[in-house]
Design a binder for this molecule. Sequence first.
Ligand SMILES: Nc1nc2c(c(=O)[nH]1)N[C@H]1C(S)=C(S)[C@@H](COP(=O)(O)OP(=O)(O)OC[C@H]3O[C@@H](n4cnc5c(=O)[nH]c(N)nc54)[C@H](O)[C@@H]3O)O[C@H]1N2
Ligand SMILES: Nc1nc2c(c(=O)[nH]1)N[C@H]1C(S)=C(S)[C@@H](COP(=O)(O)OP(=O)(O)OC[C@H]3O[C@@H](n4cnc5c(=O)[nH]c(N)nc54)[C@H](O)[C@@H]3O)O[C@H]1N2
Ligand code: SF4
Ligand SMILES: [Mo]
Length: 748
Amino acid sequence: MKKITRRKFIKISAAGTAGLALSGMLLNATPKLADYFDDEPLDESEAEKTATYCEVCFWKCAGWVYKNKKGNIQKILGNHDDPNSNGRFCPRGTGGVGFYYDEDRLKKPMIRVGEGENASFKEVEWDEALDLIAKRLGEITKQHGGESVALFTHGSGGTYWGQLLQSIGSTSIAAPSYAQCRGPREVGFIATFGEGVNSPEPTDIENTKCMVLIGSHIGENMHNGQVQEMSKLIDRGATIITVDPRFSTAASKSKFWLPIKPATDLALLLAWIHIIIYEDLYDKDYIEQYAFGFDQLKAHVKNFTPEWAEGITTLRADDIRKTAHEMHEASPAVIIHPGRHVTWYGDDSQRLRAVAILNALLGSWGRKGGFYFPEKMKAPSLPHAPVPKPNKVWKEALKGKYTLAGLALASGICDATIPDNTGQQDFKAWIVNGTNLIKTLPNEANTIKAIDALEFMVVVDTMPSDITGYADVVLPECTYLERWDLPRFSQHRIPSVALRMPAAEPKYDSKPAWWMAKQVGIKMGLSSCYEYDTFEEAIDWQLKQVGTSLEEMKRIGVKQFKRTKPMYLVDGQEYHFKTPTGKIELYSNAMAAEGFDPMPIFTAHAEPDPGFYRLIYGRAPMHTFSRSQNNPNLSDLMNENNVWVNPIIATQLGLKNDQEVWLENQHGIVSSFPIKVRVTERIRHDSVYMVHGFGHKKKQMSRAYGKGASDTELITNVKYDPVMGGTGMRENFVKFHTEKPEIKEVES
Ligand SMILES: Nc1nc2c(c(=O)[nH]1)N[C@H]1C(S)=C(S)[C@@H](COP(=O)(O)OP(=O)(O)OC[C@H]3O[C@@H](n4cnc5c(=O)[nH]c(N)nc54)[C@H](O)[C@@H]3O)O[C@H]1N2
Ligand SMILES: Nc1nc2c(c(=O)[nH]1)N[C@H]1C(S)=C(S)[C@@H](COP(=O)(O)OP(=O)(O)OC[C@H]3O[C@@H](n4cnc5c(=O)[nH]c(N)nc54)[C@H](O)[C@@H]3O)O[C@H]1N2
Ligand code: SF4
Ligand SMILES: [Mo]
């Protein structure tokens, strides 16, 4: 029997031809953004302004939204009291206005009607959509328990849906910013220092003398305050050492660029540790006072000489030695940057352990110019009825694996949604809020298989992104410029709170996530969980708990508070690290207790077969993941990605600049769309590079559809980190096709 795919990807946004005709019309009649604006420049002192914090990425810069005389949102500027932005927005934050004006936005709630090939979306009123959600979640909870419902979320809506999930007895609340991003870093640093790095990273770039970037491409990775601190560092003439197989923007500003062979960073780190220890370059007083396991570490790295690492990394032993000395000379004002997207090769927690250990040896943790101790205001969560005790917690779905995972794994939940050979299926329903799982989780086919096994899926988004095509119910959220959200409580040198309030009414029939989640909760009989009438009331209550109020925050946008503890370690004072020994653990007892290597070791990773090149990916300053390609302002700045190819390879294969190619990976998966070649010395001969987030498959994304290629599509080999389940995504290899090869289907 032919298998009917129940959850066939829906290509048209709404049922019937009306939807089609309308989208065609809109395409032709696309207004220019300039149409909304007055000709005269905006007078900031007179213009109406409202407070916000940005949701284009998760640095969460606070700023002011300005309206012009026509009452249209015209621009967003940074708030000068905000430690995350220092009064300036990055290009994406500035272009954020485009999310509000994007005429391709989701406009009305939609529900899936029909099965398989005949499925389409029907536009419905809010009540009908929310009734259906409450009914289906109620049934699934009753039949399989609340724990069978999972939430995938990235962004502010997660709090509200998360509260709903807890109220039905589920703890499975997963953000891709853990298992697809910074999870291994948190685990590596917690094992070493007893605390994670979190966001914004407490790297004291402002005061450092030497910063080492290992695959952190700050400058293209446009985390605002961090980029600002780094550009001051460059002006001061401090040292940057960049380790990257690609000559990144950061590499171009560096004293040393180490064009490492990809996947060998751990060998370099071990060699650096070897030099620092065996050439007596470590901070003896610091290690003596604070560290545990120095002797074991010394014995462990005995043979990891720079000459040993040269053979693995292709870097010269001399350069490895020279850069280690450079770090020592700056110490303790040195930062071996922990990076952020660190899920590369599957041994990532161990690589980040090595980064943490190197920082410890140089005495940079808790020291000026190294890592400071950040502070954050503790805000109580909104009052709600007691949540039931869950029958099962998310960890149980991992079946004993990844024991050091600190947060729920998006990939783990996805895998546990696919029935195993005994028919066991841990998750029956998903709520997906603000995360485009199709492009976010590696191995797209696996994600679709999981979705296909679901009984019910709700997607909450602002745009008709790839993921919406698989939903049973699509809920259009209004943009961050049109809504209240809970205030931002960020960690930093100075604790602060920032307000987000609507600058305009929601366009179309879109609504904020807090409202949706509350309505579903009430419809499910959980009204006691929502002890507030208006959301302003809830925000005001929360602000008052930390010593401000909505009235004050509307005026100032950001409020700073006083620190309560020293920013750095204090000489002569005891410090208790939250590790098993209370010390910085060079030898990790927590890792050993779980059966993992207590000190990192290097193991070789797979190499590309002849004719294949390693696929690596990263960021462009004007885009965020896959969320910004359709934004009219940002697509104006960059509307497709290229594949970077080394000239030697280009010559061998006869590839020219701007030539369109299709990429095929080691599993025979071919990119849905062609991508243009960029021939450049800036990439090693064994790798190719592209910016993540392009290659959109939904035609309703009229500016983004078919532009460039998707890295995610080609990432089908996933290297799971045994320690915490992070998904290593850089062991995928591609070859080139200059003609379009036979491919199955462009729209999944
Ligand atoms: N192949 C590959 N995969 C990756 C990465 C990579 O570089 N390459 N990077 C990884 C990293 S580091 C991270 S952090 C994750 C990021 O993963 P995601 O956060 O999932 O990234 P996006 O692709 O931007 O998807 C965001 C979705 O939210 C929607 N959205 C935007 N604003 C709003 C809003 O205000 N409300 C709602 N409800 N929806 C909104 C967008 O339209 C989009 O559909 O991806 C990870 N996955
Ligand atoms: N403009 C913009 N900025 C962003 C984001 C965005 O979407 N857009 N997203 C934010 C988020 S959530 C994250 S997590 C960060 C991600 O940004 P980063 O933390 O900087 O991390 P990656 O994306 O892993 O870094 C990509 C770099 O790693 C290099 N690389 C690839 N393989 C290797 C290797 O084997 N060894 C070494 N040493 N280097 C290698 C690539 O050439 C590239 O320069 O960016 C943040 N900032
Ligand atoms: S770094 Fe840019 S995109 Fe990210 S929050 Fe700040 S202004 Fe917005
Ligand atoms: Mo990330």
